[in-house]
Ligand binder design. Sequence first.
Ligand code: SAJ
Length: 440
Amino acid sequence: MNIVEKELQQKFEDRSAKIAVLGMGYVGLPLAVVFAEAGFEVIGIDPDERKIKSLNAKKSYIGDVSTETVERLVDAGKLKATTDFAAIAEADGVSICVPTPLRKTGDPDLSFILNATADIKKYLHPGMAIVLESTTYPGTTRELLLEELTDGTDLEAGKNLFLAFSPERVDPGREDWTTANMPKVLGGVTKACGDICALWYGQALTNVVHVSSAEVAEMAKLLENTFRMVNIGLVNEMAIMCERLGVDVWEVIDAAATKPFGFMKFTPGPGLGGHCIPIDPLYLSWKLKALNYTARFIELASEINTNMPRYVVSRTQDALNDRLGKPLNGAKVLVLGAAYKPDIDDLRESPALDVIGLLREKKAVVSYHDPYIPHIAHEGWAMDSVDDLMATVADVDCVVIVTNHSSYDYSAILEQANLIMDTRNAVGKMDYDPERVEIL
Ligand code: SAJ
């Protein structure tokens, strides 16, 4: 072990190392807090002034981090925040927690990672450890970050620069598994990189799963989320097949789920929302395409999941036609629930957006309600959540349950609605008139 590595190791061991976290969102802020709670001095860096102002005013803006925690850590001098990337110059450890979305073309948008890397390069010094947390394709850490950071310098990974990948596993709102106690996979671009970054993270996180390379860590995250995406695609296709067969897919799934081993329950729905599951697997299929390989499971599951909003609208059209003798054109339709999953206010990639767009295309008179989302503006249309939910339920021709928030009174909705298209089996286990309820 050379002197640079020894000194850095010592700083992590005695927690005198200074930590910078780039990107103070739902991943970065909780991570910054966990490092600060462990005794490190942490500086959160983000271009969004509102976030930085809030933190320096000792206020949290992330549900998983209390304002009291921020206040305590800021008062203790353990947590600071700035928009100035020059603060990286003082850091011994840098965690990159920036978004990795898709472009409109469906290709990965690596601009946030590339910008963060360029910012780090400006202030890079020997003896720095850098961990990328943003979900990305296998090879990003080595091919993009290592190349960019060492190009034109005398820095060498594992000697005076220590680079690793450790995928975030934040599930906003979850209290049982948090940033502090979540098993955290981490792999370095060299063994020494992995060792020193695992030491650093192990000072703050209870369970660092140290794997042999950055690529293994990158791929593990993609397997986790591809596993979900493919299995959700499977049950969505089961729903389509069961409808053709006249079999209740929800009862089928519940029956299969009685198997005490070798089965994991997933449920059909109106599509795949969120900022992880519909997106992360496409980073993998995109990378494999560049290697002349087609990731067929991912492409097929993505096709099925992406088509679910259209399938829901077609089932709604048939229900209006068969049950009420009404065309979708001109029918009043209320979309109930817009967030991408129940009991949260996150609209990202929500299938509700596609369902509303398709209903509008078919000239239905569309309204929506969501207790967490007062207003939606999307692809040229904008709407407010209806004020009087039950009056609207009674007034419209059909209620499409897209997101089954637990706050809804489903008995009252069953009573008042003329027709319900239930995409979440929200009312399936209640007493309902099969003439007025269609379940996915
Ligand atoms: N969905 C279904 N059927 C299912 C499960 C989900 O249609 O059986 C839909 C949801 O409605 C949503 C989308 O898929 O639109 C994604 O749902 P999700 O439960 O996977 O929730 P996410 O996107 O919040 O996933 C996160 C992930 N966490 C991280 O990436 C760190 C995921 O790995 C977690 O397993 C998941 O939370 C969780 O378990 O809550």
